[in-house]
Design a protein around this ligand. Structure first.
Ligand code: CAA
Ligand code: NAI
Length: 697
């Protein structure tokens, strides 16, 4: 099917891009556009041209799948130059999302008219570790000003049609059919000299002093890593110093450098990994999803309230049930406060906050969950309680309702087994704070029906989460790996690395927060209770000593003002000599000779333990793909996107080296470093996790 079609509206040619799903500007679309513009420009009967898209997309930009192969002519920058050079006026009728190369294409047009419901206008290349490469860094500053363009390009923020209008990106927001409005503007401009952004001068004198230096100073911990943000600033600065031709050439150079960098490869991998996670083997798009229009939540504690807010934000009516009035009032108060705070901060309007809150029904009666299509249990982490609750839910829930547990450690098969409908039971493991964290681990129990998995995945998307399938085991995927990582951290404390050295090393490497700072934030009592229940022995018991003593000192983390660190009123962490002394004393009692552990070793040991546990999880079939594990770590555990994830890191170091290093540590530290057989096998065959994933597709 043709991806470009031209229609005539009298003397105006309307060129329409039709390359589903998102009008990505792949080779076929570029070729089609090149031809359609050449014909329209060469046709004496045509006096003006309109360019538009289809459905919800003008164009989502360059085809990311083509990034790994040699680019083929016609190249996008040249195509855009040709369109801009057209002697006949060209109007972009922006019918929907225009991102990256898609927005650059619109910037090459002489005028831009947008539909009022367009929400996504932007240059998000930075999120893929690259910069706009088809003139965006040169034309956007000319359209909306240097400072505003710098902001959009270095953050990848989207703006909507109205903001686009006030910024000067959009000339008109159509009050009716966008193509008709664009045709009208095109016709009015016919015969007049086109207005070209390339011909616009940038007024250097009006730039705020130190604009670029300040921007460079602000990118130290940019989520896209060190390369692309700097390249983006350099490219926009070039726009203020060079003419359009030279500026575009400089942009191209910077684009190539960024595109070849490891962060770009990691971020693009992460983009596709996230989308791949939604594909469940054996579950086609034809499998019927269950209708989920109402949600019930049991338990209005930390998680229940966060989960409720997620669903209210997603437009669902939510019934929340608690065991007693006081807990219900506290939970409902928390939901209300969070919605109000979101309105105060301008994330939503007051009316939206009120609307969402109005969709919440608090109750003390379990029977009130009888009409819900999906019920999520978030009561205390206790198997006897969960079983009791699921038996009751089984008795009252409507047929076909999905019964989900938010348990973080308990066996979902065991919970499902107390019901007469284990096929309807699934784990929906949210991460705290549930209304903010994007990861949703969807735990597939032995009998969970395929349609329940598919429906859960679809629901995740509807509430803005990234669903990833996990199987049943202790800790599922994410927390089981975290236990290995956390165990190594405790071992390193005893060996002589102080909390600030461990957190400092991992944060300097790119982690959002070091593991001990995270523990302080989450509360140290949770892990303490789990350890006590498990009655640890041997090395695990030794490694728990520091953590246990800290809790026994009454230091539960940030909420008590002290944990591994001390916290002042602003919750800023400070090194605490008391903790350093405690760690030294424990090491001495265990006769561990302490030493300085270099930052490189700290990072290496954490990454290797994560990948080794990940490989075991993969081999056991608990995770479907290595890329799923990475998606979890990037979205639930503060792993930096530009580092790709623990499995990606292992692949990129080379599994042969990874295997050697793990074995070396096993020689030194023993059983906890036992190598995953999968890594050993892949290393011997020259394989990789990525190649293994590809075989499964
Ligand atoms: N290239 C290739 N495929 C793309 C794509 C792109 N630019 N954008 C999206 N897709 C694919 C997705 O992989 C997905 O494919 P599957 O269904 O096979 O998994 C499909 O299109 C639909 O995408 P989503 O599931 O993400 O749909 P959505 O409606 O939730 O989101 C979106 C749509 C906002 C456009 C989102 O896909 C997105 O952010 N895409 C990336 C946009 C982007 O970064 N563009 C810049 C590209 S780089 C560039 O243009 C450089 C340059 O200057 C030349
Ligand atoms: P919480 O203690 O904050 O809340 C539990 C709530 O359940 C309490 O308000 C309690 O009154 C209520 N409750 C207890 N029995 C009930 C019953 N029979 N009927 C109705 N309500 C009842 O606990 P939290 O942290 O919200 O955890 C809930 C679940 O989520 C647990 O299974 C936990 O493992 C899991 N989880 C917790 C995470 C966290 O970081 N806190 C992260 C992910 C999962």
């Amino acid at each position: 099917m043709a991806v470009v079609a031209t229609q005539r509206d009298g003397d105006v040619a309307v060129i329409r891009m039709d390359n589903p799903p998102v009008n990505a500007l792949g080779h076929a679309l570029r070729t089609g556009l090149d031809k359609a513009f050449a014909e329209a420009i060469g046709d004496a009967a045509i006096r003006a041209i309109v360019l538009t898209g289809t459905g919800k997309f003008f164009s989502a930009g360059a085809d990311i799948t083509e990034f790994r192969s040699e680019a083929r002519e016609p190249y996008l920058p040249q195509l855009i130059d040709k369109i801009e050079a057209s002697p006949k006026p060209v109007v972009a009728a922006i019918n929907g999302t225009a991102l990256g190369g898609g927005l650059e294409l619109a910037l090459g047009c002489h005028y831009r008219v947008a539909s009022p419901d367009v929400r996504q206008l932007g240059l998000p290349e930075i999120k893929l570790g690259i910069i706009p490469g088809a003139g965006g860094t040169q034309r956007l500053p000319r359209a909306i000003g240097v400072e505003a363009a710098l902001g959009l390009i270095t953050t990848g923020t989207f703006i909507d049609a109205r903001k686009g209008l006030s910024a000067g990106l959009i000339d008109r927001v159509a009050d009716r059919d966008v193509v008709a409005a664009a045709v009208e503007l095109a016709r009015a401009q016919a015969g007049k000299p086109p207005r070209r952004l390339a011909e616009k001068e940038i007024d250097r004198a009006s730039l705020p002093a130190g604009l670029f230096e300040k921007a460079r100073g602000a990118i130290a911990r940019h989520p896209s890593g060190p390369t692309a943000p700097k390249a983006a600033i350099d490219a926009v600065e070039a726009a203020t110093r060079l003419g359009i031709g030279e500026g575009c050439a400089r942009e191209r150079e910077l684009f190539r450098e960024a595109a070849a960098s490891p962060p770009a490869r990691a971020l693009q991998y992460a983009f596709f990994a996230e989308r791949q996670a939604a594909n469940l083997p054996g579950i086609g798009s034809d499998l019927k999803r269950r209708e989920v229009e109402s949600v019930g939540i049991l338990g209005a504690g930390t998680m229940g309230t966060g989960i409720a807010i997620s669903f209210l934000n997603g437009g669902f009516p939510v019934t929340i049930v608690e065991a007693n009035q006081e807990a219900l009032d506290t939970g409902v108060g928390r939901i209300k406060d969070t919605l109000s705070a979101n309105a105060r901060r301008g994330r939503i309007t007051e009316a939206q906050a009120a609307d969402r809150f109005a969709k919440l029904t608090p109750s003390l009666k379990l029977e009130d969950l009888g009409k819900a299509d999906l019920v999520i249990e978030a009561v205390f982490e206790n198997m006897a309680l969960k079983k009791e609750v699921f038996q009751k839910l089984d008795a009252i829930a409507k047929p076909g309702a999905i019964l989900a547990t938010n348990t973080s450690t308990l066996n979902v098969d065991e919970i499902a087994a107390v019901t007469k409908r284990p096929q309807d039971v699934v784990g929906l493991h949210f991460f705290s704070p549930a209304n903010i964290m994007r990861l949703l681990e969807i735990v597939r129990a032995e009998k969970t029906a395929g349609e329940v998995m598919a429906t859960s995945m679809a629901i995740a998307k509807r509430i803005g989460k990234i669903g990833v399938q996990a199987g049943v085991c202790d800790g599922f995927v994410g927390n089981r790996m975290l236990a290995a990582y956390g165990g190594e951290v405790q071992a390193m404390l005893l060996e002589g690395a102080m909390p600030q050295e461990i957190d400092g090393a991992l944060e300097a490497w790119g982690m959002a927060m070091g593991p001990l700072a995270v523990s302080d934030l989450a509360g140290l009592d949770v892990g303490y209770r789990i350890r006590k229940e498990r009655k640890l022995t041997g090395e695990a018991a030794q490694h728990a000593r520091v953590a246990d003593k800290i809790v026994e000192m009454g230091r539960l983390g940030q909420k008590t003002g002290a944990g591994y660190y001390k916290y002042d009123a602003s919750r800023k962490r400070q090194v605490d000599p008391e903790i350093e002394a405690l760690i030294r004393a424990e090491a001495e009692a265990l006769q561990i000779k302490q030493r300085h552990i270099p930052a490189d070793e700290i990072v290496e040991r954490c990454l290797l333990r994560l990948a080794n546990e990940g490989a075991k999880i993969l081999e056991e079939g608990i995770a479907l793909r290595a890329s799923d594990i990475d998606t979890m770590y990037l979205n639930g555990y503060g792993f930096p996107g530009w580092r790709g994830g623990p499995m990606w890191q292992a692949d990129h170091r080379g599994l042969k080296t990874v295997a050697e290093r793990i074995k070396a540590y096993a020689g030194k530290y023993g059983a906890r470093w036992k190598i995953a057989p999968l890594i050993e096998r892949l290393a011997a065959d020259g394989g990789s996790f990525a190649a293994l994933d590809a075989k499964k597709r």
